[in-house]
Design a protein around this ligand. Structure first.
Ligand code: ZN
Length: 149
């Protein structure tokens, strides 16, 4: 997996964040899928007017030829260490969902396990891929803390 880190922070923090991405990629995905990923990582404040300032993170597919492999991931740099790790794990669950074809989207719909969800009419917490990401971010955090001891 390749991670292109964008954002100003300490070397220690950059290394800790990169290590967490590596760890979760190979924990969540098989070696082949994980190793083919490239992540443009933006570790910054949400200053974009189009974005929710409180957002912990976000994930976008940039290239899906022949399948999703290039992603843009934002992680809010105002979070605590624990929230930063959970945001990383949450967004990487979405990366797995896209990379394995469980989740895809177009202008109007998300498609989750072959079922269509209208983007406007499906409330955030009614989205099964979000439920999975929120559940797993906590499970992964507990596992990470345990393994790093
Ligand atoms: Zn999410």
């Amino acid at each position: 997996m390749m991670i292109n880190f964008h954002g100003r922070t300490t070397k220690a923090k950059r290394e800790a964040i990169t290590a967490a991405f590596e760890w979760v990629a190979y924990t969540l995905m098989d070696t082949e899928t994980a190793s083919e990923l490239e992540i443009d990582l933006y570790y910054k404040k949400y200053d974009d007017n189009n974005m929710n300032q409180d957002l912990a993170g976000s994930c976008l597919v940039i290239d899906e030829d022949p399948k999703p492999w290039l992603f843009e991931v934002f992680i809010n740099n105002t979070l605590s260490d624990e929230d930063t790790l959970q945001a990383i794990f949450h967004e990487m669950v979405h990366v797995r969902q896209y990379a394995t074809g469980q989740l895809s989207e177009n202008l109007m719909h998300h498609t989750w396990k072959k079922k269509k969800f209208n983007k406007i009419w499906t409330a955030y917490m009614d989205r099964p891929w979000e439920k999975e990401a929120y559940k797993l971010e906590k499970v992964l955090y507990a596992q990470y803390v345990k393994e790093m001891k």
